[in-house]
Design a protein. Structure first.
Length: 297
């Protein structure tokens, strides 16, 4: 049975851990404790841990219907990002289209991006601490000092402390293309800032040794009109899942687990930039849709 692990807020109970099955959200906080706690319990036994959680969730109370979950805040149940204390990392230039886009934006021609695309070592960078990740319907941020901001729709791997994949979710790695294009050393400023990362709606549970073959679709709306739409298949990722995860674990540990964004293959045209009030919609087969309005930070 397919199930998604989610975090949500209930006004009378606070932050809760849920398991979405069908149209219902079952409250499994008493079973899982926290995302970090449950991830730690899965090390070395991912399929069994998932089966146990699903089985025990059958007797857990129904918290609400999925349709009842709204934007964070307010007096109703609301979505939260499906992470708590996990670090979020990201891989770059994993699709050919991403390499081409980075070369187009770079003022020096972007030879560095051509080289990393085919290099033995992949590009990996820290994106956000779990506490700063935006959830479904929360506002993602674009930098006030940037004139060229874009969403980057990505498949995200949820990993336990043993760096075993326990599931996948949808990620948005919002980026300031003009800042990174001016100088690659500015990448942290282009990538790591307030509300620059969104995840959700939940973690579709399941062990993976290779890429799930799914379509990642992006749609950007402004004033009710679609400004851009595009999609890509994960079979276009140039590196293997095992390779990216292995490099993530080199000389580093993740006691509470981690999330790895795996790169983007959908790039809006050079004349496009996000603006306050835009709506970013990212859909992936089987996971659902991550929807976020845009704010300036």
């Amino acid at each position: 049975m397919m199930a998604q692990l989610v975090r949500f807020y209930q006004p009378e109970a606070g932050v809760r851990i849920g398991l979405v099955q069908g149209e219902q959200v079952r409250d499994v906080t008493a079973i899982a404790g926290s995302v970090a706690g449950w991830l730690r319990s899965t090390a070395g036994r991912v399929p069994a841990a998932i089966d146990e959680l699903i089985a025990r969730a059958e007797s857990a109370p129904v918290a609400c219907a999925v349709a009842d979950l709204g934007a964070p805040g307010g007096g109703r149940p609301g979505w939260l990002a499906p992470v708590d204390s996990q670090e979020v990392w990201a891989a770059g230039v994993t699709y050919r289209r991403s390499r081409e886009a980075r070369q187009e934006e770079a003022v020096d021609g972007g030879d560095i991006y051509a080289r990393v695309y085919s290099a033995g070592r992949p590009e990996l960078f820290f994106k956000a601490p779990g506490g700063k990740v935006v959830g479904p319907l929360g506002e993602v941020g674009i930098r006030a000092d940037s004139a060229w901001n874009v969403p980057e729709p990505e498949l995200a791997l949820a990993l336990n402390p043993a760096l075993e994949v326990i599931g996948v979710t949808i990620g948005n790695d919002v980026s300031s293309r003009d800042i990174e294009g001016e100088n690659p050393l500015y990448l942290p400023q282009a990538k790591i800032y307030e509300a620059s990362c969104a995840l959700g709606p939940g973690i579709l549970l399941g062990a993976h040794d290779d890429w799930p073959q799914v379509t990642i679709a992006l749609r950007i709306e402004r004033g009710g009109q679609t400004l851009f739409a595009g999609q890509v298949r994960t079979d276009q990722i140039q590196r293997s899942l095992a390779e990216l995860v292995a490099y993530l674990g080199r000389s580093n540990t993740y006691p509470d687990g981690a999330v790895l964004l795996t790169g983007t293959g959908v790039v809006p045209p050079a004349e496009f930039t996000l603006a306050r009030g835009d709506i970013v919609r990212i859909a992936i087969d089987g996971i659902g849709e991550l929807v976020n309005p845009v704010k300036v930070v």
